[in-house]
Design a protein around this ligand. Structure first.
Ligand code: SF4
Length: 435
């Protein structure tokens, strides 16, 4: 549907539609989206996360967007079109929801590509909603009350917390499926708390979550710890990264994945940094400073709880992540994952995890620079680091991706053996003496 100036007409999503419409969300962060969908349901929105993963999603993406569009955009749009064509949804009672980061890359602009793709496929009447905190698409955004924002922030924090301990239990569990069962139980408990008047019981919940996960029977064994960094969609979405986490765990690794809160704090920090770059002050600056202080305090609470319990490794303090980038990139490098991606690789190394996978999407110049572009420099300073960049695109072969991952794991094993050998030699005094 286009107006007289040939501009696509954006169908609105009205208050009445809330009662009858199903709002579809693309797959990305299963831990987080399950809680987010639950919170939105408490406020009258019926949402559904698409969990499809078949090849037709890529085909629909290729048909519906230009072939130089970055891979995450192609998948998100392909997944929506595939769902609408599947016959599983009443296309007159379905809306779509997409996030906008507010940054300079396509993550703010998928929404326009999506509307064009909908029109092309005969779905131009379907409303598209935006979820963003940057004031974009005001008339087409999900209206968020203060209470909803606080609940959504807590949903993200809890999901990060649970994801962190889950990743540390899953590879060691004696009874397969126990960690996932606990995730589901806790999601239900947290959502029921959040539906009541007092939903902010984080410290108490952290303790109980840690107690429950620590009670899972685990095998004592040394696993190779592997950190995942990369473009935000590929880092988390099993559809985007061909089930990267599952694959690493199946190959005997323990996965470390920094949470979504890091990315949110990165976005907030960038707004604050704009004052230094462009002199942008005023109310927006003050609000971002306040938000940063609040989020850092929540992160510190989380770290204190995990350290206090003593059995699991906590996430990094975000101030450390900020300063890790300092020697490598200016904080003004903020397209895509910007300085955060480099900082996350460094923070993993600083915390003792030298094995890193960087998930690289096709068509993403910003992350190409801050990931692949920085790996050489990081390796020069940290020769023990074992970083592999894996490319994801519509034609990439899974076998090639898995071969690169296997090579990284083999190097990790070799490095571990060498370290052990050196340690034993030092202990027994049998180290070779250079002549
Ligand atoms: S970061 Fe890269 S892949 Fe992600 S939306 Fe931006 S350009 Fe696309």
């Amino acid at each position: 549907m286009r107006d007289n100036d040939n501009v696509i007409i954006k169908p609105p999503f009205t208050e009445e539609m809330k009662k009858e419409y199903t709002i579809l969300i693309p797959d990305m962060l299963s831990f987080h989206f399950d809680l987010v969908v639950g919170v939105m349901a408490q406020h009258g929105y019926r949402m559904e996360v698409l969990k499809t993963s078949h090849r037709n999603i890529v085909e629909e993406g290729l048909k519906s967007v230009h072939n130089d569009t970055c891979y995450p955009a192609l998948l998100v749009i392909g997944q929506f079109i595939d769902a609408l064509k599947s016959g599983n949804y009443d296309i007159n009672k379905t809306a779509l929801l997409i996030t906008q980061t507010g940054g300079g890359c396509r993550a703010s602009n998928y929404i326009y590509l999506l509307r064009k793709a909908l029109e092309k496929n005969g779905f131009g009447h379907i409303p598209v909603l935006s979820l963003n905190f940057s004031g974009l698409e005001k008339e087409y955004s999900v209206p968020l009350s203060f209470k909803m924002v606080v609940k959504l922030i807590f949903a993200i924090i809890y999901a990060d917390f649970i994801m962190g301990v889950y990743n540390q239990c899953l590879p060691y569990e004696q009874n397969p499926g126990e960690s996932l069962r606990l995730v589901k139980e806790w999601n239900a408990r947290l959502l029921s708390q959040m539906s009541g008047p007092s939903f902010v019981r984080a410290k108490k919940n952290y303790k109980a979550i840690l107690r429950d996960f620590a009670a899972i029977k685990r095998v004592k064994s040394d696993k190779i710890r592997v950190g995942i960094v990369g473009e935000i969609y590929l880092k988390f979405s099993p559809l985007g990264n061909n089930g990267l986490e599952d694959y690493l765990v199946s190959e005997g690794a323990e996965v470390i994945n920094s949470g979504l809160l890091d990315f949110i704090m990165y976005c907030v920090y960038n707004n604050i940094y704009d004052k230094k770059l462009y002199g942008k002050g005023g109310l927006g600056y003050a609000a971002n400073c306040l938000a940063m202080r609040y989020l850092k305090a929540r992160r510190r609470e989380m770290i204190a709880a995990i350290k206090g319990h003593g059995e699991f490794a906590p996430p990094s303090d975000f101030s450390k992540v900020i300063s890790a980038a300092g020697d490598y990139l200016d904080h003004g490098v903020k397209m895509g994952e910007g300085w955060l991606l480099t900082a996350e690789m460094l923070e993993l190394i600083h915390s003792g995890c030298n094995n890193i996978v960087s998930a690289q999407p096709f068509g993403c110049l910003p992350n190409h620079i801050v990931a692949k572009g920085m790996i050489r420099k990081i390796k020069d300073r940290y020769p023990d680091s074992n970083i592999v960049a894996v490319d994801y695109d519509p034609g990439a072969s899974r076998i090639n991706q898995e071969n690169r991952l296997r090579l990284m794991l083999a190097n990790a094993k070799l490095n571990g053996e060498r370290r052990e050998e050196t340690a034993t030699q030092k202990e027994t005094g049998t180290a070779e003496v250079a002549v």
